[in-house]
Design a protein around this ligand. Structure first.
Ligand code: IMP
Length: 434
């Protein structure tokens, strides 16, 4: 029995979906603990394409229990759509297979409206490049103690009281501050009456159930969203998301005790990408031949917004921030195959900012934007890797690249991914095999 946390070490889109899918095969419960439908990943199973934004992909297995923890924020319309899509694939989502925390906050229509209005009002250098899904405004209401929780759907008069107060306040900002259209109380009420009826059977206490699962010796997989540099406290603020993306939040965002976590796996893409604005020291700017090649070969478009991801070299400053902030016990190195064909690879070792050396991402955003990586170079390899099924079959240069990452991070690789398919994976150590 083990409890394993999987998080992204960079700016999200590291290929967590595939690794989570692989580990789900060994887990009994799969838990999301932060973020909302700003996240997204696509899985192809038996020729069918599934896109997930909220529900853990473990829902594809009939015998797994999927949970949405209190740290997640839920847009009920999107969740119900995702359920409908699964039903269309012949996979009805039942309360036996999905549990939603009563303490998870709801993304309301006015959160989306405010998110979009705020972004539109920012000048070009200040735009965060949010996904426009209402993430920031929803988390603001949560910490501002005026949020509406999934549990409020079970007590509709309480829901309506909160809705009334929120619509009044939000409409003030929407109309007076942003010159935007107001939200309509009656419309939201009607929508959420219907949502409540459908979601009610799924809402319960995730923390209690996780405790029971742990005591019963079940394997529990905590599935992070986004990546460490998008963490609200530890990332490149303000160009971050509005939740804690680091492993510690697996406990807070689900109601699970920290002493019960056995492993923390960091997903590290073999190069770096970022979608949205903000500092990216090892970026190869659009138009750079290598950056464009990584973007093309890696299919680097966001699963949620379809935006082109910015691409760059592997940055061990970013990786080592993740090692420290998450207490990583293993690395899953993804998309190694995308580097095939590059004659020379660069790895960022530290930064220079205004003549000063940094071994961590500067917390001052102006300095982070000025950071120049100090690189080392390694020879690349030409062999395509998608047929490789064992570490020993990798070209020597690819083995050296991985070993160099291990040396620099001080954390061993557990998984190496050489292609998008489930089979295109080298599992060096199974974290659930204790
Ligand atoms: P928000 O989470 O929609 O508020 O967006 C804040 C920042 O986080 C933007 O730069 C987004 O592009 C980025 N972001 C949010 N979710 C993801 C994700 O799942 N992958 C990568 N970037 C993300």
């Amino acid at each position: 029995m083990a409890s394993v946390v999987v998080i992204g070490t960079q700016w999200g889109d590291e290929g967590k979906g595939k690794i989570v899918d692989l580990l789900t095969g060994h887990a009994d419960c799969i838990v999301r603990f932060q973020g909302g439908n700003n996240a997204g990943h696509t899985l192809v199973v038996a020729g069918k394409k599934y896109v997930f934004h909220i529900i853990p992909s473990g829902i594809l297995y009939e015998d797994k229990r999927c949970m949405i923890g209190n740290g997640v924020i839920i847009d009920p319309g999107v969740l119900l759509e995702e359920m409908e899509e699964l039903r269309g694939h012949g996979l009805p989502v039942t309360p036996a297979r999905l549990l939603i925390s009563e303490n998870a906050h709801l993304i309301m229509p006015y959160h989306r409206m405010l998110d979009q209005a705020r972004e539109a009002a920012l000048s070009s250098g200040k735009k965060i490049g949010t996904t426009g899904r209402g993430i920031g405004p929803c988390y603001m209401d949560k910490v501002g103690r005026v949020g509406i929780k999934a549990g409020d759907l079970l007590d509709f008069s309480q829901f309506l009281d909160k809705l009334q107060a929120n619509v009044e306040e939000k409409n003030f900002f929407l109309t007076k501050q942003y010159n935007a259209a107001p939200a309509c109380f009656d419309e939201i009420k009607a929508q959420f009456e219907a949502h409540a009826e459908r979601l009610m059977p799924f809402i319960g206490n995730v923390s209690v159930e996780l405790d029971q699962a742990r005591k019963a010796g079940k394997n529990i997989l905590f599935e992070g969203a986004q990546g460490t540099q998008l963490d609200i406290d530890h990332g490149t603020y303000p160009f971050v998301t509005s939740s804690n993306t680091v492993a510690g939040n697996a406990c807070i965002g689900s109601g699970f005790g920290p002493a019960h976590i056995d492993e923390v796996i960091g997903i590290l893409k073999a190069y770096t990408t970022r979608v949205g604005s903000g500092p990216f020291p090892s970026e190869l700017p659009e138009g750079d031949a290598i950056g464009d090649e990584l973007q093309r070969k890696g299919g680097e478009f966001g699963a949620t917004t379809g935006r082109r991801r910015r691409c760059g070299w592997l940055d061990m400053v970013v990786a080592n921030d993740a090692v420290r902030l998450n207490g990583l016990t293993g690395l899953a190195i993804t998309k190694l195959d995308v580097l095939s064909g590059q004659p020379t690879l660069k790895i960022g070792l530290s930064y220079t900012v205004e003549g000063r050396r940094f071994d961590q991402m500067p917390s001052n955003i102006r300095q982070a934007a000025l950071a120049q990586p100090v690189y080392e170079e390694m020879p690349g390899w030409s062999k395509e890797l998608s047929k490789v099924r064992d570490f020993s079959e990798l070209p020597q240069q690819a083995k050296d690249y991985i070993r160099r990452i291990e040396d620099l991070a001080g954390v061993p690789p557990m998984i190496v991914s050489v292609g998008p398919d489930r089979a295109e994976t080298l599992l060096l150590r199974n974290p659930f095999a204790k």
